[in-house]
Write a protein that binds this ligand. Structure first.
Ligand code: 2IP
Ligand code: CA
Length: 397
């Protein structure tokens, strides 16, 4: 990244305290802007063409110095940073994501992609990265400068200084499905195994000192398609979990009588055979496979399945922070699978190894610093987590 703070170091806090609802509303608005950009890239003929060209391996990096997919991701990330930073300047340097905003163009110039003061300036900057494709640059800049509209969230008067927060952003999760663009996938039990429905924008805020998630948004830009106009509409879900305050946008009340003898799960198609087999036996027909880490979390959040289990180390902090906060607001959570199994085996009293967001993996390099190295379990009830740990108790950890 061209600039930024540190994901773990608390900074000296200013006197200001932000109402949690204002910070959360800013995250939701930013996710809406991001969803608009993601939809625009697929629905505007010119931008869509650029996305499709990315599919052709032989054309890659020939026509455009950078792949357009990455530029779309970065632009979404920068728009989120810009919009949240405008309202909460103290947060600006503490918004982290997967993508670096530094590009090198055909002339070897290094360019930091950012949202400028005016749409015209942003278009000029983007055209440098897009090797002079001014039409595409203008279309992208227009999407990035559109207002996301007003939003008021009533979350009471809980206050938190923005200087205590860090933010993880996944601008477009499941980029593979985003590029593939399948629009007619059929859901089973409400779960899509693939398709644009699996694409999400994920934003989560965590406490810098403890690493615990406190607020999150999962935005699904392609939730439903109008059969006549072919235009997509999205939906979003938010949650807040801070001390005793637990609020979310889901209109469900937690079920006090959780049937933990039955289990339904969603897994990655890349899940290890032994885990697929053991969970398959426990879940019977109620096992699903779906693309997108954020989308799988969303399936748990919406109660379509009880758990999302992943035993590999290829999800990252930006995939989980937002969904995790929503799950906490629902009485659930997200834990490190291997660490939880180890603690269970050793009989440690605190078995809940919640994922934390403020510390990198020791000894790791590059993006792996922010991997969920021990895998994960996302759950809405502790009874279901316990059932998963019991089913997978023989897994090496
Ligand atoms: C990916 C994306 C993938 C997921 C992977 C994430 O993020 O969500 O779909 O793999 O873990 O890191 P899977 O679909 O097998 O769960 P991105 O698309 O942002 O790289
Ligand atoms: Ca991701």
């Amino acid at each position: 990244m061209c600039s930024g703070g540190s994901a773990m170091a608390p900074r000296s806090s200013g006197p200001e305290a932000g109402r949690m609802s204002d910070v959360l509303a800013a995250l939701v608005r930013a996710s809406e802007k991001a969803a608009n950009i993601a939809r625009a890239c697929r629905q505007e003929a010119l931008l869509f063409q650029l996305l499709i060209e990315e599919k052709k391996e032989e054309d890659k990096n020939k026509k455009f110095v950078t792949d357009f997919k990455t530029l779309a991701d970065v632009l979404v990330q920068e728009a989120i940073k810009h919009d949240i930073g405008q309202q909460f300047p103290d947060l600006k340097e503490y918004i982290f994501g997967e993508e670096s905003n530094e590009f090198t163009n055909g002339l070897g110039q290094k360019i930091c992609v950012k949202i400028c003061e005016t749409e015209k300036e942003t278009a000029k900057l983007l055209s440098l990265v897009l090797d002079g494709n001014e039409e595409a640059a203008s279309a992208l800049a227009s999407a990035a400068h559109q207002s996301a509209g007003e939003l008021e969230l009533d979350t009471g008067h809980t206050e938190i200084p923005p200087s205590m927060l860090g933010v993880w952003v996944d601008p477009i999760d499941s980029t593979f499905q985003y590029i593939k663009g399948i629009g007619d996938s059929v859901a089973r039990g409400g779960v899509h195994s693939q398709g644009l429905q699996c694409v999400t924008v994920l934003i989560g805020a965590y406490l810098l000192h403890s690493g615990m998630p406190v607020m999150g948004v999962v935005n699904q830009p392609f939730a439903a398609q109008d059969p006549n106009t072919k235009r997509w509409t999205g939906q979003y879900f938010w949650g807040l979990s801070f001390e005793d305050v637990k609020l979310n946008s889901l209109q469900t009340t937690p079920d006090p009588l959780v049937d933990s003898t039955h289990l339904s799960a969603v897994l990655s198609s890349g899940e290890a055979p032994s885990v697929r087999e053991q969970l398959g036996m426990a879940c019977g027909e109620d096992i699903h496979y779906a693309a997108g880490a954020g989308y799988k979390c969303l399936c748990v959040i919406r109660g379509l399945v009880d758990v999302y289990v992943f035993s590999e180390d290829t999800t990252f902090k930006w995939d989980c922070c937002g969904p995790h906060a929503i799950l906490c607001s629902l009485g659930g959570g997200m834990v490190d699978l291997k660490e939880s199994l180890r603690r269970r085996r050793e009989g440690t009293s605190d078995q809940c190894a919640e994922l934390l967001y403020n510390a990198p993996v020791a000894g790791a390099h590059g993006v792996d610093r922010w991997a969920n190295a021990g895998g994960l379990v996302a759950f809405r009830s502790c009874a279901h987590l316990e059932r998963v740990l019991c089913v997978l108790s023989s897994l090496p950890c």
